[in-house]
Design a protein around this ligand. Structure first.
Ligand code: NAP
Length: 305
């Protein structure tokens, strides 16, 4: 595949940045990739494993000549990082991010970016519960969606170039409005994570069963909850704080449905339960048909997730 950017800077060197690096190398998509992480420990690990062509100790050195700068830090610090890098950004460069929430990130990053720098926010719908520089792998984005949110009035050529990069890393790309993105993700990712955290918390409260039986007899449903609930606490704290309205809206609807199911169980209303589960089963089939998951017991993640 052809090179798409001469120089790419990855800011934050965790799961997403490291997967991007290996995916860019796999496809020969970037000439040189520089990287920066907050802690000296992460920078050293990155050097040890060959993550990035150059790992910089100064964030400004990492972005200075970059044609594309990718913010791969938790959503809550995107604005502060944008303010830090702004003075060193090259004219004509593109800044993007990979944050799981879009409206809050756009509102906190855009005001810091100088004239002549293109801002195209992004979100790859791919991840695992693992984090840190050693957790990434080149295949993470294969056949997964990446949603792009170009800033109003931005240069379509900058968006097209970023789209090519994501396609080169294996993704399918769609453009989406920021508020719509946040509502869709509240339904498909954010609320389900909160429910998983809750369920695992409830099981943990029932210490009688947790100590041995929950772990030993862990069935598929609970096992999947524990996998999701093992996700990075900082990342998910920031997601809920920055996608507050959409998440609360979906959780409100969830609670209503839960009460309806609770009532059906109490009243022995099997018809209600059966009809509900028939409807949800069809949604699962739709996801498999859309190629977003498989019927395999490991959910097609090849043991990596
Ligand atoms: P991660 O593995 O935890 O890595 C986060 C990186 O950000 C680390 O290098 C960390 O540096 C750095 N960082 C943390 N706080 C910072 C701060 N205050 N200032 C500067 N750097 C800081 O995270 P990730 O899973 O790659 O997630 C990165 C972004 O991708 C998040 O915005 C998340 O919402 C989004 N995302 C995640 C997933 C997923 O499933 N994980 C999926 C899609 C999108 P140190 O190592 O030095 O602490």
């Amino acid at each position: 595949m052809a090179q798409i950017y001469d120089r790419v800077a990855l800011i934050g060197l965790g799961l997403i940045a490291s997967s991007m690096f290996w995916a860019m190398k796999r496809g020969g998509l970037a000439g040189e990739v520089t990287g920066f992480a907050r802690s000296a420990e992460t920078r050293q690990t990155a050097r040890d494993i060959g993550l990035c062509d150059v790992v910089c100790d100064d964030i400004l050195d990492a972005v200075r000549d970059a044609d594309l700068v990718v913010l791969c830090v938790p959503v809550g610090v995107m604005g502060a990082v944008a303010a830090q890098i702004a003075p060193a950004l090259k004219q004509g460069a593109t800044v993007t991010d990979v944050g799981s929430v879009k409206r809050d990130v756009i509102d906190s990053v855009a005001p810091h970016l100088p004239e002549g720098v293109h801002f195209v926010a992004g979100h790859p719908l791919a991840g695992t519960e693992h984090s840190g520089p050693t957790s990434g792998f080149a295949e993470l984005f294969d056949n997964r969606w990446c949603l792009l949110v170009p800033a109003e009035g931005s240069d379509p050529a900058a968006t097209a170039q970023l789209r090519h990069l994501w396609e080169g890393m294996g993704s399918k790309v769609e453009e989406m409005d920021a508020d719509h993105h946040d509502l869709v993700l509240a339904v498909t990712s954010h609320a389900p994570h909160l429910i998983a955290y809750t369920m695992v918390g409830v099981a943990d409260d029932l210490r009688r069963v947790t100590d041995s039986e929950v772990i030993q007899y862990s069935a598929a449903g609970f096992r999947d909850f524990t996998r999701i609930a093992a996700s990075d606490p900082t990342m998910w704290r920031d997601v809920f704080l920055s996608n507050k309205d959409a998440t609360l809206e979906i959780l409100g609807r969830f609670t209503e449905e839960l009460f309806a199911l609770q009532r059906a169980i109490r009243q022995g209303d099997g018809d209600h339960l059966h009809a509900y589960f028939t409807r949800t089963r069809a949604i699962r089939r739709g996801i498999i048909e859309a190629g977003q998951d498989t019927d395999a017991p490991d959910f097609g993640r090849g043991g990596k997730a």
